[in-house]
Design a protein. Structure first.
Length: 728
């Protein structure tokens, strides 16, 4: 084994478990580092406290009160040993961004003080000229600014007070992920509240809820550092699969290794202090793969918490000498990682609108929201697919282990039956018998049928799981804001249309409310049937069937993103006031650029490793074999040595073949990159990277992995899969 690789492994093996401070009962420390209700009451005047509460309902904060809020926030932070503050935001690429400023200042007379006022809290101008803006914000013009989002509480991380903010250009366009999300949440609140009021006049607000499940890999940091591909791209570009993979399924729900457990412990304590309600942790299917899930929350907060969690995970991992891999497919041949987004709608009266209950009336409400979601996804399946497109998620979607690139919905046998029964509801007015039958035998029976509705289909990208929808195709690196913005926008639009149709039937056709609802729902079921699929989503038959049904199957990011700028998509976003055409087009461009950059980096790193590690190592080994053959010739003589050295001769030839292939393909790939880099149009450029450059990755990898199996283990410089996946 090369000394380089050996040292990395030795270092990993010698790690001692880091002792984690036991913090005892988590409920006692939950949210200690959050400027939550409890600390606000303690540190704010009643007027200032009320102003924050009002702001959460969209009421503007008075300038004077902002100063008081800032003062209280500062005092709270200082009491916890905090020295700096930052406006924390979610730019369009990367996960989060922050720029730290000290509270410390000197007055005009030189006296030192800790200062923080209302304007510093409410608005900041980060030096953010290098954040992507897709041409919206000319770098030479005015910069964008960050503005406080009072719906997500400030928190302390390390010695910094972090204030969640939106990031906007001076001309008003959103430059971040949070702004459109907040607008989408507002849109669905308005639309869903109107519909919920058909069933309960007391409903004043509907809040979408999100419970994400974060999957990730943990690799020893020394081993990760020995792999240039992991360090720069977050995944392995080369590496033969280990003899043992996940075929025994012995990792899934197996016992968690103690070093990992220590990490999780430490991580969870950090999360609890930050008010992230982490709940479950377990091993995932692949070796060294794990999952963490919190209790669900209001969507804006849940999105912030997921972004924060990813930051915290990386920082805590450093302490435990781990590197966290969030990439959707860090290792070939073993399962990738996703981030299931569990989604539902909750009313301010405490009702989950996607939860069936005992009375027919509230079940009609359940069916209304359930079927409207189906219709929304059916009508916008391609847009939903685009919301989860990324270079890294391309490795996962449709790769036989994760949901395919085709969007479909799984509802289970029982609910399928209910929809079948609703499909034949009479047109127009219903007879009293029909009404009774619907109420007692169809709608009334839902809670019972759901109780034993346990057949979960793991191959579905969007599944109903009893009282929520689970969007499973989201990638593990994703910011949940993107899929949540699209999902909430399309459902909002759908509910708005539904309300118009029902009102029309009531006012113009004289139908009773429930008759009108049944009539509209019946039509929706008929119109949305193609999106419902209960079978094996991984199968080839489904691909063919989906094509017949007219469902999209965009397997790569450039294809998947196109729909974002289609007129019908722009129309929805503008109608629901979530994004303007300019914002949508800017985002489209940024996402394509991001795609190009990722592939460009991967191509470069792959070329480097192939030329600097793989080929030289193979040549060295080949020379050893040549020496061996020469020796055999000396001993056995010209005639006999060919028999004795036959294996070696073949090996020498094979090594030459693979080296030649790698060398040629790397050169070809580099030339293709040069051509692509000169393409002006980013759409064309992304296509070139996808179709002309990316295919080389697999070919180069194939030959390198062959060499890995031939070359003396002692010489191979790159840490192997068995070491990356089975050390911890
Ligand atoms: P799995 O079997 O896929 O791990 P679970 O049923 O354990 O799924 O998923 C639980 C997840 O669903 C948790 O993250 C939880 O917070 C979330 N969840 C539960 N109820 C809701 C809800 N009403 N809205 C949003 N998310 C929810
Ligand atoms: Mg799940």
């Amino acid at each position: 084994m090369s000394t380089f690789r050996f040292r990395a492994i030795e270092k990993a093996a010698s790690r001692v478990a880091v002792k984690v401070e036991e913090l005892g009962r988590k409920s006692l420390i939950f949210g200690d580092n959050v400027f939550n209700d409890k600390s606000m009451r303690q540190f704010l005047t009643p007027e200032a406290y009320q102003a924050v509460k009002n702001a959460q309902f969209g009421i503007k904060i008075d300038r004077k009160l902002a100063d008081y809020i800032a003062l209280g926030m500062k005092e709270w932070a200082l009491s916890k040993g905090v020295t700096h503050y930052t406006h924390w935001f979610q730019p369009l690429t990367g996960i989060t961004a922050e720029k730290h400023d000290a509270f410390f200042e000197t007055q005009f007379d030189g006296d030192p003080v800790e200062k923080f006022n209302g304007s510093q809290l409410v608005q900041q101008e980060p030096d953010a000229s290098s954040f992507p803006n897709g041409g919206i914000r000319n770098t030479f013009e005015a910069r964008g600014y960050t503005a406080w989002d009072p719906t997500s509480p400030a928190f302390i991380f390390g010695s910094t007070l972090c204030i969640p903010t939106v990031f906007i250009s001076y001309t008003g366009e959103a430059l971040d992920n949070k702004t459109p999300l907040l607008k989408a949440l507002n849109a669905i609140d308005i639309a869903a509240t109107e519909v919920a009021r058909y069933f309960d006049k007391n409903v004043k607000k509907v809040t979408p809820t999100l419970g994400w499940e974060q999957e990730y890999f943990l690799v020893d940091s020394a081993l990760a550092a020995s792999r240039p591909d992991i360090l720069t791209t977050g995944r392995t570009l080369l590496g033969h699969t280990a003899a043992k993979g996940q075929q025994l399924d012995d990792h899934y729900f197996g016992s968690i290794p103690s070093r990992v457990l220590n990490y999780m412990h430490d991580l969870e304590n950090n999360c609890i202090l930050l008010g992230i309600p982490v709940k479950t942790r377990h091993n995932e299917v692949a070796p060294n793969q794990f999952e963490l899930a919190p209790i669900f929350e209001e969507t804006n907060l849940a999105v912030d918490h997921n972004s924060l969690l990813m930051d915290v995970m990386k920082k805590v991992a450093e302490k435990h000498h781990f590197k966290v891999l969030f990439h959707e497919k860090p290792f070939k041949g073993v399962n990738g990682s996703g981030k299931h987004n569990n989604w539902s709608l909750a009313t301010d009266t405490g009702v989950n609108l996607l939860s069936p209950s005992k009375t027919p009336k509230s079940n009609l409400q359940f069916l209304t929201f359930f079927i409207n979601t189906i219709k929304a996804v059916n009508d916008n399946e391609e847009l939903l697919r685009s919301s989860i497109a990324s270079a890294s998620n391309d490795h996962r979607l449709g790769a036989n282990e994760a949901p395919p690139a085709i969007m479909s919905m799984f509802i289970g046998q029982q609910l399928t039956k209910v929809l079948e029964e609703l499909k034949v509801v009479t047109d127009g007015k219903l007879s009293p018998e029909e009404k009774t039958d619907l109420k007692l035998n169809v709608v009334g029976k839902i809670p019972d049928v759901l109780l034993d509705n346990t057949d979960r289909n793991r191959t579905s990208p969007f599944a109903f799981t009893g009282n929520k929808w689970e969007f499973r195709a989201v990638g593990s690196t994703a910011n949940c804001a993107m899929p949540m913005t699209v999902l909430n926008t399309i459902v909002a639009k759908q509910l708005k249309d539904f309300k118009l149709e029902v009102d029309h039937l009531i006012e113009k056709e004289g139908l009773k409310k429930d008759e009108a609802i049944f009539n509209v729902l019946r039509e929706y079921i008929k119109q949305s049937e193609r999106i419902l699929f209960e079978g094996d989503g991984y199968s080839e038959e489904w691909e063919m069937e989906a094509e017949k049904r007219g469902l999209s199957n965009n397997k790569n990011t450039p294809d998947a993103l196109k729909i974002k700028i289609a007129p019908q998509s722009i129309a929805i976003f503008e109608e629901m006031e979530v994004m303007t055409k300019i914002e949508i087009e800017a985002r489209y461009e940024i996402e394509l650029e991001e795609y190009v950059k990722r592939l460009q980096i991967e191509g470069r790193v792959l070329g480097d490793i192939a030329r600097n590690h793989v080929i030289p190592t193979a040549v060295r080994y080949q020379n050893m074999v040549i020496e061996n053959v020469k020796g055999l010739k000396e001993i056995f003589g010209e005639k006999k040595f060919k028999d004795v050295a036959s294996e070696q001769l073949v090996l020498i030839e094979k090594i030459s073949h693979h080296i030649a292939q790698i060398s040629t393909k790397v050169t070809e790939m580099t030339n293709e990159r040069k051509t692509a880099n000169n393409i002006e149009d980013v759409e064309e450029q992304a296509k070139a990277y996808c179709n002309k450059i990316k295919p080389y990755f697999d070919i180069i990898r194939y030959h390198s992995d062959k060499l890995e199996m031939m070359v003396d283990n002692e010489l191979w410089t790159l840490t192997k899969y068995r070491e990356l996946l089975f050390t911890n």
